[in-house]
Write a protein that binds this ligand. Structure first.
Ligand SMILES: [Zn+2]
Length: 490
């Protein structure tokens, strides 16, 4: 009889690709799943998981929280692969090198970054591949301006080189440079179409929110898919569409029916996060989104801003200070329904938009664990998947458990998938698949992070296994586990 390195015995095994949902033993050897069996398997390590769900590890398409501390929080939320695809990094080679040298608990991967390539060409920035390249220069006007054709060609040339170096696609933060020529966006989509890799867009403003936008943010994405043939992924459709989500999803549905490739993702929170000095938070513009100063709360401060004077004061004092923008009231069922429809949309992925941990002490120590109170973030960083399982399955019954599992595993694997062969071994739990496995208690799994206690880990994720190695075992994070491997396009 074969003896496997590790056997997870008697769990409820869910494999979204084959539709398996039954009690099985799972045998793992050498970092891969080798057997999924109705009869008991023999293992050097045999862990009984009776009553627990055993499924592919969750794949987060949208995490800006890529250091060790952020990954650990995500591990406790069931995640095994963390991808930075929306902002991306440029050059990706440097981002992969850094993660490889430092070591990561979870698998990681990066898209290239249109915004940073644009900063390189228009600001003369010398990019490092760190996310800070973008965040430190986000407010500078010169990178946001419409560009001449020759400059666009240079930007596209940089992106093309990065795709050849293994980038998983192109992150396009067009919403942060919302006045650029729509022709530039189409050029970038054209490059994606030629290389067979997806784009990941933070959309421009919708016409309902900014009648002066050069093009409606949703129309732009679906049109690029239809005109260029590129696979366009629509990031956090909940937070950029807010109350207009039905119109936006209707557009997506229509072009899909005509054969265009547009995929979507959403996170189950009503608040976004941005610098309090962001243009759209100017007191005179708030009404466009149905917001008031009371919709805004500063990270690390209790409660919301009291009024216009407090907002003006906060914007003046520290425009870069992180602020929650409560776009929709999560406690109002009619408002939460907008978010729910984005999550329940056919084939929508659950993705976090996890933000990097902010260290109020000023000194970041990504290896300190448990996290000290000085480390704060958006609760979605810590709780998106626990919350999706709690709310969508257990409390609201909007989607079945296997369907939510599919949206956390197979759906994101296939979004990245076509041009990235390594992703075909992820998001699946069957012989030959990578041994990235999440084991959770369906009756207890929940988020615990809140807007006041932002980095509190989720509960109910019993084991999280990456490449056959435990990162979370018996609900405890293993601080010595760094089995994360790069995911690259070639
Ligand atoms: Zn975004």
């Amino acid at each position: 009889m074969t003896t496997y390195d590790l056997v997870l015995a008697n769990g409820r095994v869910i494999d979204p690709e084959t539709g398996l949902d039954a009690v099985r033993d799972v045998g793992v050897t050498g970092g891969a799943v080798r057997a999924v069996s109705e009869t008991p398997l023999d293992g050097t390590t045999r862990v009984d998981v009776t009553g627990l769900v055993v499924c592919p590890g969750f794949i987060d398409l949208h995490s800006h929280s890529v250091d060790v501390a952020g990954q650990r929080l995500q591990a406790l939320d069931g995640v095994t692969t963390v991808l930075e695809l929306e902002a991306g990094c440029y050059p990706v080679g440097a981002a992969y090198r850094r993660a490889g040298l430092e070591g990561r608990p979870l698998n990681y991967g990066f898209a290239t970054s249109w915004a940073v390539a644009r900063m390189a060409v228009l600001l003369g920035l010398e990019p490092t591949g760190e996310l800070s390249d973008f965040f430190l220069n986000i407010g500078r006007d010169a990178w946001q301006r419409p560009a001449e054709r020759a400059a666009v060609d240079r930007i596209v040339g940089l992106l093309e080189r990065d795709l050849a170096d293994g980038a998983l696609g192109i992150g396009i933060l067009v919403g942060y440079a919302p006045r650029i020529d729509p022709a530039e966006y189409l050029s970038v989509a054209g490059l994606a179409a030629r290389t067979g890799l997806p784009t990941y867009t933070h959309a421009r403003e919708l016409v309902e929110m900014d009648p002066g936008t050069p093009v409606d943010g949703a129309e732009e994405i679906v049109r690029a898919a239809a005109e260029t043939g590129a696979h366009m992924h629509y990031c956090h459709v909940n937070s950029t569409s807010v109350r207009h989500v039905d119109r936006v999803l209707g557009l997506v549905e229509r072009v899909r029916a005509e054969g265009a490739r547009v995929t979507t993702e959403a996170y189950p929170y009503g608040a976004g996060m941005t610098g309090v000095g962001a243009a759209f938070l100017a007191p005179e513009l708030l009404h466009r989104r149905g917001l008031t100063p009371h919709s805004i709360g500063l990270l690390g401060a209790a409660g919301r801003l009291s009024g216009e004077a407090a907002l003006r004061e906060a914007r003046e004092r520290e425009p870069g200070a992180a602020a929650f923008v409560h776009l929709l009231d999560e406690d109002d069922p009619a408002q939460f329904a907008f978010i729910e429809r984005a999550l329940a949309f056919p084939d929508a992925a659950v993705a976090t938009d996890a933000v990097p941990l902010l260290w109020r002490s000023g000194v970041a120590d990504p290896l300190e664990w448990p996290l000290p109170p000085a480390a704060v973030t958006h609760p979605r960083t810590a709780g998106t998947y626990g919350r999706a399982l709690r709310m969508l399955v257990r409390e609201q019954g909007v989607l079945s458990l296997p369907e939510v599992v599919r949206r956390c595993t197979l759906v994101p694997a296939d979004v990245v998938g076509a041009g990235v062969p390594a992703m075909r071994r992820k998001g699946r739990l069957q012989p030959g698949a990578d041994a990235d496995i999440t084991v959770f208690d369906p009756a207890a799994v929940t988020d615990r992070a809140t807007y006041d206690d932002t980095a509190r880990p989720s509960a109910g994720f019993t084991h999280v296994i990456v490449g056959g190695e435990f990162v979370v075992r018996d609900a405890h994070l293993r601080t010595d586990a760094f089995p994360g491997r790069p995911v690259r396009a070639n």
